[in-house]
Ligand binder design. Structure first.
Ligand code: SF4
Ligand code: SF4
Length: 232
């Protein structure tokens, strides 16, 4: 069985516990980020969609060229994720979404030549013990994926940053639809975090109102709007 098929069958990702938290948060992790595919994941996703690899790349992907020439495939730059249905707010590749989307708030660093997975304390899911435990349970599976440490080291160089989609879109002019961006070029389009937004929500677990702090890069995000289901 394909390693990604096995991964998705073993770890189902979002569930009702996480939906409730993400509904309150409003999808803060979706804005101004880059969606990266693991090595071999584009072939798996194209097959799930019944598309040829070249069709899949043209419709959904771009490429990042690292300083040593390594190519990393990412969801199209400069747009909302091409799998996000803007009417329903649903992910259209839900059962075979990129592993890095599915595992968030699990994030990774490379320390002393080894990959270290941990939970991002910034995400509201990390504050609920049940959600935290659930996502921590995927970490042993991640260590079993045959992904070289060098690949993780490359992704760490941009994965935590925020990017200006308007500038990225502008820079696509003259490039192919399946565009290649160098890492240096990408890093020119970083966006600073603008502000911390505070929201107050009722916590059924504690019976109290609690204040959440959310870092944002756009003043236009409406944190009061309800979304049907989270899209991570
Ligand atoms: S995964 Fe975390 S940051 Fe993203 S929408 Fe859910 S709670 Fe918010
Ligand atoms: S979860 Fe789906 S819609 Fe959201 S960023 Fe990942 S692939 Fe796109």
């Amino acid at each position: 069985m394909n390693i990604y098929e096995k991964f998705h069958r073993t770890f189902s990702g979002s569930n009702q516990n996480t939906f409730n938290v993400c509904n309150k948060c409003g999808g803060a992790c979706e804005h101004n980020k880059i969606g990266t595919l693991l090595p071999g994941e584009k072939e798996y996703m194209a097959k799930k969609l019944g598309m040829s690899l070249s069709e899949f790349k043209l419709k959904y992907l771009d490429v990042l060229e690292m300083d040593d020439g390594t190519l990393i495939h990412v969801l199209k730059l400069g747009e909302l994720c091409p799998f996000l249905n803007t009417e329903t707010e649903l992910c259209e590749c839900r059962d075979f979404k990129p592993v890095i989307c599915k595992i968030y708030p699990v994030v990774f660093t490379v320390e002393s030549g080894k990959v270290k997975f941990s939970i991002d304390d910034w995400c509201q899911l990390s504050r609920k013990k049940v959600c935290r435990n659930y996502f921590e349970s995927v970490i042993p599976l991640l260590y079993r994926l045959p992904v070289p440490v060098e690949w993780f080291r490359h992704v760490v160089s941009y994965d935590d940053l925020y990017f200006d989609y308007d500038q990225l879109r502008e820079s696509r002019k003259g490039k192919s639809r399946y565009a290649v961006f160098t890492l240096k070029e990408l890093l020119n389009f970083q966006k600073e975090e603008l502000a911390c937004h505070e929201i107050e929500t009722y916590e059924p677990e504690t019976g109290r109102m609690e204040l959440y702090e959310i870092k944002v890069t756009s003043p236009n995000i409406d944190f009061c709007s309800e979304i049907e289901e989270p899209t991570f």
